[in-house]
Write a new protein. Structure first.
Length: 111
């Protein structure tokens, strides 16, 4: 007759690993998602700055919107004057349930 001895913890490592693995996977996926969102925010900010300079020089709206659309994923741009400045606000979905936005302004009539 073989019985379990008190304090026998065979298999506990496998059980603990099975419990911890999904948590580790979730943390890794969220980390990669946040890094991706950060990179997309930088690309959006650069594109909006380019679009603001284009709008300030009097380029066509098509070209201004195309500069922001190059970020991808349905990026949208809104051009609005603020006194001597022309500002562009861009937004894009980050893939996570958040929307990234960026605004940049340039002096109207600038070269």
């Amino acid at each position: 007759m073989t019985g379990r001895r008190l304090g026998d913890d065979r298999g506990s490592v496998v059980a603990e690993f099975a419990v911890a693995l999904p948590a580790i996977a979730v943390v890794i996926v969220l980390g990669v998602g946040m890094l991706s969102a950060g990179a997309r925010q930088v690309r959006l900010q650069d594109a909006v700055a380019d679009a603001a300079r284009l709008a300030a020089r009097g380029e066509s709206d098509v070209r201004v919107h195309a500069a922001v659309a190059a970020v991808g994923g349905g990026a949208q741009a809104d051009v609005h004057p603020r006194g001597d400045l022309v500002c562009v606000t861009g937004s894009v979905s980050a893939g996570l349930p958040i929307t990234l936005t960026a605004t940049s302004c340039a002096l109207a009539g600038g070269v």
